[in-house]
Design a protein around this ligand. Structure first.
Ligand SMILES: NC(=O)c1ccc[n+]([C@@H]2O[C@H](COP(=O)([O-])OP(=O)(O)OC[C@H]3O[C@@H](n4cnc5c(N)ncnc54)[C@H](OP(=O)(O)O)[C@@H]3O)[C@@H](O)[C@H]2O)c1
Length: 311
């Protein structure tokens, strides 16, 4: 194992590492050559992991988690449990307590999205409670030896662009534009999120700078109009643009969520991002301190476009 910077973190376990974000996080942890890397995966999961990763099956009960974590004595836990989905609060709380009980030094809760300290955003989007409670739980247990870092990334960039989360629909070849399309929002590529985790856990100075804090990272802060222009340039195509009014969407989506449609929260998140500038955290980023590389926006859009299935 190489180490240019010294770190008190030698072993890391990632919970929920087989989803959208997990593979990028595991890759960066392994590529850093600084840690023994392990995962927690559900008993019923069929997920598989690369050979350098030790796999622990769990049912996420306190008994199971305490047994694994106290035997393995991990230095850091990264939670990627998707707390915007219902029913994961108990598993998450059990994981945090097991981490504290077993002597884990740094806990990274499953934030990895928009800034849930932004009260206007939290009022607009009703599904951030799980993330907020997770940080409240680690805060309630924090001590000189049990510390935490919540990482705010904005929207996933590469994943979001490919999955129609940023207004470009590659399947139907069309864009959606909220209002003027000029509102800036912050996005981060999943590789960069993995790198941020590996970099901060791999260096005592970075660990100290991010202890018990919300920590903000980014790849880019851009507007819908900039994104449309970059996709048009990369595809060399002129897709139609559906113009939408964020006030109208907000009203409809709020009513729909209240009537029991959980997906409406996603539309409310888009209103916050593209209509109300509640996802622009450019002023808060510490990318340089974490040693994150600067991206090339147009080149990255081009690469994402090239990776999309042709239809
Ligand atoms: N900013 C953005 O644009 C954006 C987009 C997507 C996600 N996120 C955030 O990124 C983080 C990770 O999200 P993700 O999309 O990677 O998560 P995900 O794919 O929905 O789930 C991650 C993993 O959690 C485990 N899991 C699933 N259901 C579970 C359950 N009931 N109990 C325990 N574990 C369960 C599974 O792993 P096993 O099969 O191995 O058990 C799954 O692969 C979350 O905080 C999420 O909110 C942000």
């Amino acid at each position: 194992m190489s180490s240019q910077n010294s770190s008190s973190i030698k072993s890391v376990v990632v919970a929920g590492a087989s989803g959208n974000l997990g593979p990028a996080v595991l890759k960066e942890l392994l590529d850093s050559n600084k840690f023994k890397v392990a995962v927690l995966t559900r008993v019923e999961s069929s997920a598989t992991f690369s050979s350098g990763v030790e796999v622990f099956k769990t049912d996420y009960t306190p008994a199971s988690l305490n047994k694994i974590l106290s035997a393995e004595k991990f230095d850091a836990v990264v939670s990627l449990l998707n707390l915007t989905k219902p029913n994961l609060a108990e598993a998450d709380t059990a994981l945090i307590h097991a981490a504290k009980n077993s002597g884990v030094k740094r806990f990274i809760p499953s934030e990895f999205g928009l800034d849930t300290t932004n009260q206007e955003l939290v009022k607009l989007v009703p599904t951030f409670g799980g993330k907020i409670n997770s940080v409240k739980t680690v805060q309630s247990l924090q001590s000189d030896t049990f510390t935490w870092t919540a990482i705010v990334v904005g929207a996933f960039f590469d994943w979001g662009l490919a999955h129609n989360a940023l207004g470009a629909n590659f399947t139907e070849k069309k864009f959606k534009r909220f209002d003027s399309g000029d509102v800036p929002f912050t996005v981060t590529s999943i590789r960069i999120i993995g790198k941020a985790i590996a970099n901060l856990l791999g260096d005592d100075k970075k660990l100290a700078a991010t202890a018990d804090k919300y920590t903000y990272i980014s790849s880019y802060t851009v507007s819908t109009n900039q994104l449309i222009a970059a996709v048009q340039k990369a595809t060399d195509e002129d897709w139609p643009i559906e113009e939408v009014d964020s006030a109208v969407i907000e009203k409809k989506a709020s009513a729909s969520f209240a009537a029991g449609n959980p997906w409406a929260a996603y539309e409310l998140m888009q209103v916050g991002m593209f209509g109300k500038e509640l996802a622009n955290h450019k002023a808060l980023v510490i990318d340089e301190l974490l040693g994150l590389p600067k991206g090339d926006f147009e080149a990255e859009v081009k690469a994402i476009v090239a990776s999309m299935p042709k239809n």
